[in-house]
Design a protein around this ligand. Sequence first.
Ligand code: 5GP
Length: 212
Amino acid sequence: MNLEENNRTGIVLILSGPSGSGKSTLYKKAFEQVSGFEFSVSCTTRTPRPGEIHGKDYYFVSKERFHELIQENAFAEYAEVHGNCYGTLKSELYRRIDRGIDVLLDIDVQGAAQIRAECVQDLKLRKACEFVFLSPPSYQELERRLRSRGTEEESVILRRLENARTEMAQWRLYDYLILNDSLEKAVQDFIAMIRTFRASSRRLLKGPVHES
Ligand code: 5GP
């Protein structure tokens, strides 16, 4: 049985969780062990952090360009998060679903809610989407992680901590939860989820056994 190659449509894996919950560490570690996932590069009006690369981490755009993209209906979802605009381009998603390519979206709870709402009328998207929420073990630990990053000013850290409570309140809207108390365990849980998503019959194009 070949579930991996050319016999299914792609997964859109939506990963949300408060800033500092460890989303990027989680998927970077998981993708060292599991291949085949592409990363949806979002547009943002935020300024790049040291080491971030345009076109790889984000498309860093001006506020004017971001608003043009909204007018052009280019976004599958967009939201203002911690005072900056972020959006997922439709072009990052739909071409991959049809070609059976799996894609990961690291987006906030507002963006995930927009995709969830779109799924009600868009069957192709509904089949593709899996919603996963990553939770830190506690607010104290979240604060410690945000501070240890050392890249943000105090005002930015405080804003992200405040927003974390609103984001945490939405965990029940997600189908799957991961608790990031031990990174190694969280990575293994995430990999197990990916394997389960890849075995789902709902994205299969043909049956598992064919007449030869
Ligand atoms: P950061 O500024 O730390 O890279 O990201 C801040 C937050 O914005 C994170 O929670 C991240 O998930 C979210 N985010 C990143 N890209 C997008 C996007 O395209 N859409 C939405 N709605 N949120 C995003």
